[in-house]
Design a protein around this ligand. Structure first.
Ligand SMILES: [Zn+2]
Length: 244
């Protein structure tokens, strides 16, 4: 069962592939780590040379995040950003929080209660009764500026796949390619499911049009499942939302 996309096409990330080296443009480094169960993409984001990082959507395979951090000599997690509160995107939080108790958990306000409710976070779909620590920061504004581990982001409310879904835009210097951590809003050639209890297909399309398609065509979309894509590719070819 895939909670993220329906249908999902294309290939998955090679988890050994270092995206930052692939793109070769970032002072900020990004590593995609794929977790088991739902092939969910989580990300490690850190400033080149720093000891601290931000984790985005750490899935069930928390050990892979810890191993990768050790291999890069990253010794602290400043924050754990959640695009939304489905278990496949937050499954690693308990193990990571145990190791890094100061890590701030950041999530959209309307998804915050999923952290502490195994029915709402869909874990019970799998017969798992799993809950997580409550949020430290609940995002409620249309747009919120964030800075952790020396890296700046703008979080945008993007309801549709869930009511409190947010995406995180990594703020880059002029001349660098913008990056969005898009969670289960949009995928390569597909979009997030909207058939869960707080999903809304109309809101999902509006979120994509108002937030994702307001960004430049070159903007990289690092999605919650499947391969990365760009705003331009989805604007032209995504059958669910393409323009023109
Ligand atoms: Zn989801």
């Amino acid at each position: 069962m895939d909670w993220g996309s329906f249908p999902l096409r294309g290939m998955f990330f090679d988890e050994n592939e270092n995206l930052s080296e692939l793109k070769g443009v970032f002072m900020v480094k990004i590593k995609c780590i794929v977790s088991d169960i739902c092939e969910e993409n989580g990300y490690v984001v850190w400033k080149d040379g720093a000891k601290e990082c931000v984790l985005i959507d750490p899935g069930f395979s928390a050990g892979r995040f810890l191993d990768f951090m050790a291999s890069e000599d990253l010794t602290n997690v400043a924050a754990i950003f959640c695009t939304h509160g489905h278990a496949d995107h937050i499954g690693g939080i308990n193990a990571l929080r145990e190791r890094f108790p100061e890590a701030k958990i950041v999530i959209g306000k309307k998804d915050a209660d999923k952290l502490t409710d195994s029915k709402k976070n869909l874990a019970r779909h799998f017969g798992i009764n799993i809950v997580f620590p409550p949020a430290d920061l609940k995002l409620s504004e249309a747009q919120t500026e964030l800075e952790f581990a020396g890296v700046k982001f703008t979080a945008f409310q993007t309801p549709g796949h869930s009511a409190g879904h947010v995406v995180y835009l990594l703020k880059v210097d002029e001349g660098q390619i913008p990056v969005v951590f898009a969670g289960d809003l949009i995928f390569y050639g597909s979009v997030g499911r909207t058939d869960f209890f707080d999903g809304n297909p109309k809101a999902l399309v509006e979120s994509i049009q108002n937030v994702i398609f307001s960004l430049s065509d070159e903007t990289e979309l690092f999605t919650g499942h499947g391969p990365a894509t760009t705003v331009g590719v989805e604007r032209r070819t995504n059958p669910y939302v393409r323009e023109g």
